[in-house]
Design a protein around this ligand. Structure first.
Ligand code: ADP
Ligand code: PHD
Length: 566
C-alpha cells in the first residue's frame, strides 16, 4: 500500500448513507484509520471477534469495497509530513487490554496529528515488579514462580496480548507478539530467580527489573495498532539514544539524547512512516551502558524530551484526571482542574515523595523547546484539560494550586559563630555537597539556616532507611553549628501569582491561625511562584483542605482592590 495515507476525522470520513455491506461491517464499525487524496479510505473495523482492514473507494458519495485486507497494516502519514506531537499515556490509561483498545481509538480520533506515542507500564506493573524484586531477595529460588506479583504480571500481559475480540491467523503478527512477550516473561522470571539466589537487589538490578513493564506494554500496543491496520513501530528508549547519567532509579537525561533521538525517529519516519511507540521512563547509562530509569513517573520526562528533540508542535500527557488540579484529589476530592499554567508554575508542582501529577523534571525540556504541554484525561477526552505554556494571562490569577509533600526531614542549623556569615553559609552547603544530598526548601537569617532535605536524592540513595547517614550529616554540621533534626514535617507549597504574594500570605496565615496551626518555617523561592510553609505532618491535610476552601471555594476580594492595596 502507498505511504500517502492519512486518517480523516471519523465524522466526515465516510458518508452517512454508507452502503458498506452489513455482513462485512457490523454496527461495531470502529475507526477510520487511513485516507488518501484519491478518495480511497482504509477502515479498521470489528466484526464479531474479527479485526478487518478494508480499503474502499468513496467516489461520489458511494462507498465500494475495493480490497479487503485482513492482515496487512497500512502506512500512516505522509513521508514528507513530519511528526507533529507526542502523546504520552500513563499506566492508568493503559491499565488493561480494553483500555489499550480505547487509547488506540483515542489516538485515531486526532486525524490531523502524526503522533509519537510514549507509553508507561500497564496499570500498577512497576509497583508489582518492585515488590516482586523485594520479595525475591528473601525468598527461596524454588518459590519465585509462586510469587503473587509475578503471577499477576504474567496474567495481565498474557490477557492483553490476546486482546479479546481479535482473531489472528497463524503466522500473523500475533504469534510474533506471543513469542516476544513470552520471552520477556521468561527472562523476568529468571531475573527474579537470580535475585533470590544472590539475595540482593541493587539499584541497577531494580532498573532492569522495572524496565520489563514498559518493554512489554509498548510491544503489545504496537502489535495491536498494526493489527487494526495502523502501521506502528515499537522502540526501546535505551536503544534509540536516551543517554542518561548512571544514577540508577533516578537518572538525568544528558544533552546527547536530543540529537540522537531526533535522528533515529526522523530517519525511520522519513524512510518508512509508522507511528513510533516508545517506552517511557527508560534510558541507558552513559558509562555503564545499563538500563536506567528516570525516577517514578519518568514517562512524562520521556515525552517532553522527545517533544524538544523533534521540535514538535505539542506534547500531550494523558492521565486519569481532568488535567492539573487545584490540589491532589486524594487529599481533597473537591479539587478542580486548572485550565492554564506556565512552565514555571507547573515545575513547582513537583513532589518527590508523593505521587505528583507531573514528573519533577518534565517541564525542563518543554520550557527549553518552548513547546506547549497539554494535560488531558484519557477517561474523559472531552474535558479541556490543562494547557501549560511559557506565559499566560495572570490578571485574574491568585492561587493556582496547593501541593503537599509529607514526611519531610527538616534541619534547624544555628551558627556557633566560629565562622563569619558568608563562611557559615558556604560551609553548610559544602557539607551537603560532599555528602551528595540536595536541599529542597531553605530559609536563612544571618546566623541560622532552616532547610528541608530533598527526598528524591535521599530516596534514590536509600538514605531514608539508613538513619546513620542522617546522623552523619548532623555530625558534620555540629562542627560549626547547633543542629536540631526535625522529622515528620510536611511542606505545603502554595503555587500562585507573584504579584499577589501579600494577598496569598495574608489569607493563608488567617486560615492557619483559625485552625490553630503554627507554621515552623516559611520560604519564598527565587521564582516567587512558590511559597512554602512547613507544618507538622499530622496537621498538614487539614491545612490543605482549609486553604483550598478559602482560595478556591469562596470569593476573594476584587483583584483591582488588591492591586491598589499591595
Ligand atoms: N495537583 C494534582 N492534579 C492532578 N492530579 C494529581 C495532583 N496531585 C496528585 N495527583 C495524582 O496524580 C495522578 C496522575 O498522575 P500519574 O498517576 O503519574 O498518572 P499517569 O500514571 O497516568 O501518568 C492522579 O490520578 C492524582 O491522583
Ligand atoms: N511506570 C513508571 C513510569 C511512569 O511514568 O509511570 P506513570 O506514567 O504511570 O506515572 C512508574 O510507574 O513510575
Amino acid at each position: 500500500m502507498s505511504a500517502s495515507f492519512r486518517y480523516p476525522a471519523p465524522s466526515h470520513s465516510i458518508p452517512k448513507q454508507t452502503s458498506l455491506k452489513r455482513q462485512w461491517v457490523s454496527p461495531t464499525l470502529l475507526s477510520f484509520v487511513a485516507f488518501n487524496p484519491s478518495n480511497s479510505l482504509c477502515i479498521s473495523a470489528r466484526r464479531c471477534c474479527e479485526s478487518i482492514v478494508f480499503r474502499v473507494s468513496c467516489q461520489g458519495g458511494n462507498v465500494d469495497v475495493i480490497q479487503r485486507n485482513e492482515f496487512e497494516a497500512v502506512s500512516f502519514g505522509e513521508a514528507e509530513n513530519q511528526l507533529t506531537c507526542v502523546m504520552k499515556f500513563g499506566g492508568s490509561s493503559v491499565a488493561s487490554a480494553e483500555r489499550m483498545r480505547e487509547v488506540a481509538d483515542l489516538i485515531l480520533s486526532f486525524p490531523n496529528e502524526r503522533p509519537v506515542i510514549v507509553l508507561s507500564a500497564m496499570g500498577k506493573t512497576t509497583n508489582k515488579l518492585l515488590l516482586a524484586g523485594e520479595k525475591a531477595v528473601s525468598c527461596d529460588v524454588t518459590n519465585v514462580d509462586g510469587l503473587e506479583e509475578l503471577s499477576f504480571i504474567q496474567e495481565l500481559h498474557h490477557r492483553s496480548k490476546q486482546l479479546k475480540g481479535f482473531l489472528f491467523p497463524f503466522f500473523s503478527l500475533f504469534w510474533v507478539l506471543v513469542l516476544k512477550i513470552k520471552g520477556h516473561l521468561e527472562v523476568l522470571e529468571q531475573l527474579l530467580k537470580g535475585i533470590a539466589m544472590m539475595k540482593e537487589l541493587t539499584l541497577r538490578t531494580k532498573d532492569y527489573l522495572v524496565s520489563f513493564g514498559e518493554c512489554m506494554s509498548t510491544r503489545i500496543f504496537a502489535a495491536y495498532l498494526n493489527k487494526i491496520g495502523v502501521k506502528a513501530r515499537q522502540y526501546d528508549a535505551f536503544e534509540i539514544g536516551f543517554i542518561t547519567t548512571d544514577d540508577f532509579t533516578n537518572a538525568d537525561i544528558l544533552e546527547a539524547t536530543y540529537p540522537a533521538v531526533a535522528k533515529r525517529l526522523n530517519e525511520d519516519w522519513t524512510s518508512d512512516p509508522a507511528i513510533p511507540i516508545v517506552t517511557g521512563f527508560l534510558g541507558k547509562g552513559w558509562r555503564s551502558g545499563a538500563i536506567t530509569t528516570l525516577g517514578r513517573g519518568g514517562s512524562d520526562l520521556t515525552a517532553t524530551t522527545i517533544g524538544k528533540a523533534l521540535g514538535l508542535q505539542e506534547i500531550q500527557v494523558w492521565k486519569d484526571v481532568d488535567g492539573v488540579l487545584t490540589c491532589d484529589p486524594n487529599i481533597y476530592p473537591h479539587a478542580e482542574p486548572v485550565p492554564y499554567l506556565t512552565f514555571d508554575e507547573a515545575a513547582e508542582l513537583r513532589c518527590y515523595n508523593c505521587f505528583a501529577v507531573l514528573h519533577p523534571q518534565s517541564m525542563r525540556p518543554a520550557r527549553e523547546g518552548d513547546i506547549p504541554v497539554r494535560v488531558k484525561n484519557s477517561y474523559n477526552p472531552n474535558a479541556p484539560g490543562t494547557l501549560i505554556t511559557r506565559n499566560r494571562d495572570m490578571s485574574k490569577a491568585v492561587l493556582t494550586s496547593i501541593v503537599l509533600k509529607r514526611n519531610v526531614t527538616m534541619l534547624d542549623i544555628v551558627s556557633t559563630r566560629m565562622l563569619g556569615q558568608f563562611g557559615f553559609l558556604a560551609k553548610v552547603f559544602s557539607i551537603f555537597e560532599d555528602l551528595g544530598i540536595s536541599v529542597d526548601v531553605v530559609a536563612t537569617s544571618e546566623v541560622s539556616i532552616s532547610l528541608t532535605l530533598d527526598p528524591s536524592k535521599l530516596w534514590s540513595r536509600e538514605l531514608i532507611q539508613q538513619a546513620s547517614e542522617l546522623d552523619h550529616v548532623v555530625e558534620e554540621l555540629e562542627r560549626i553549628a547547633v543542629v536540631n533534626l526535625l522529622q515528620h514535617r510536611s511542606i505545603i507549597s502554595l503555587i500562585g501569582n507573584v504579584q499577589r504574594s501579600s494577598l496569598i500570605l495574608e489569607k493563608a496565615f488567617h486560615v492557619l491561625r483559625a485552625n490553630g496551626v503554627n507554621v515552623q518555617m516559611i520560604s519564598q523561592g527565587a521564582s516567587k511562584v512558590n511559597i512554602s510553609l512547613i507544618v507538622h505532618d499530622n496537621e498538614a491535610e487539614q491545612c490543605v483542605r482549609a486553604l483550598h476552601s478559602t482560595f478556591f471555594e469562596s470569593d476573594l476580594p476584587e483583584l483591582d482592590q488588591c492591586d491598589s492595596a499591595y
